[in-house]
Design a protein around this ligand. Structure first.
Ligand SMILES: [Zn+2]
Length: 344
């Protein structure tokens, strides 16, 4: 567009150049230059005002149209995948050869986790994911670990310099889950929650120990809940998971957050307890469990004289390794395709 007034023509030129570079295209319409032209119009002799005003308005309309065109062009562009492993400007034929998505598959742990959660869902358990960074309060205090208690040393935790903790067990969620659902108890319902999550320990790594692995926590609270319910729940789960009747047994153990505490063992489903390379001598120590300690219930505002409950926590990899005869836990996080393809 041509502007007869020299000044307006110059402002038009300046603003169009700026418009090309501006990220916020609309900011051009609020520019000081354009505002100055309108200010000048107000103090102008009446005889010049009409033609000057007409041209300023024309410039404003032109800019508005340009802004609108540019904005609609941007919104019609194809989205950019910022995770693509090459610059978007690299021509098609020069891009790295990538496997098409249909060559991928669901990670075996994710797939098995779905199976596990489905079984618990059928038993009325809701799933809540745990956190990957937590604090001392949830890792220890809410779980009845007194300050300086030697049991704290059993968990080789990773800590940040700010004092936050990469959770060493999914029990860090117990207090949150109990608090969030205690209203259910008042309504006469039970609390039934399973908590899958990633946990971290400063371990010496070998075929059975990883620094990063998955646990499944379970929490059940209600009136009259006892250890029989705990054993029946885990036995039902394991029979469903391994698709056969399993034998289980418990032996006394110690955890600060359960009383009594048990170590839960499974009669080997692969050799019917005769002894094999999975179990050794017929029994597999699978997880830790027990009746939730009254102090843990109290910390969540639940009266331990009225309600009782049980909790357990165990590694997911262990279950999956036994099911598929996987010899080394480190395969899961290794991203080795020859391992992963066996499950695709
Ligand atoms: Zn066996």
């Amino acid at each position: 567009m041509v502007y007869k007034n020299q000044k307006i023509a110059e402002v038009a030129k300046t603003l169009k150049v700026r418009l090309d570079k501006a990220e916020d295209k609309k900011s051009i319409l609020r520019s000081v230059e354009l505002k100055a032209l309108y200010d000048e119009l107000k103090t102008m002799p009446a005889k010049d005002r009409a033609s000057f005003g007409q041209e300023v308005n024309k410039l404003k309309s032109e800019l508005e149209e340009l802004v609108q065109n540019l904005e609609s062009r941007t919104s019609n562009l194809a989205p950019i995948d910022v995770t693509a492993p090459f610059d978007v400007n690299v021509p098609e034929d020069k891009r790295p050869g990538l496997l098409p998505a249909e060559n991928g598959s669901i990670h075996p742990l994710t797939r098995e986790m779905t199976v596990v959660l489905d079984i618990f869902a059928r038993m009325g358990f809701e799933a809540v994911e745990s956190r990957q960074i937590d604090d001392d309060y949830h890792m220890f205090e809410t779980l009845n670990f007194a300050e300086g208690h030697p049991a704290r040393d059993d968990y080789d935790t990773f800590m940040t310099t700010e004092g936050l903790i990469a959770p060493a067990h999914t029990s860090t969620m117990q207090n949150r889950v109990l608090k969030a659902h205690k209203k259910r108890l008042e309504n006469g319902e039970d609390i039934r929650v399973v908590i899958p999550g990633r946990v971290f320990r400063n371990e010496d790594l070998d075929a059975r120990h990883e620094h990063t692995f998955y646990q499944l926590e379970g929490v059940y609270v209600g009136k009259g809940i006892h250890a029989g319910h705990l054993i029946a729940t885990l036995k039902t789960f394991l029979s469903e998971y391994y698709q056969k009747d399993v034998e289980v047994k418990t032996q006394p153990f110690y955890f600060p957050f359960t009383e009594p505490s048990f170590e839960f063992a499974l009669g080997c489903p692969f050799c019917d307890k005769a002894g094999c390379k999975v179990c050794g001598e017929g029994w597999i120590e699978l997880l830790g469990c027990g009746m939730i300690h009254p102090n843990v219930l109290k910390m969540a505002g639940i009266d331990p004289n009225t309600y009782t409950g049980f909790a357990w926590g165990g590694g997911i990899e262990r279950l999956v390794m036994m099911k598929y005869d996987i010899e080394d836990i480190r395969h899961f996080e290794s991203a080795k395709l020859d391992f992963l393809r066996q499950f695709s």
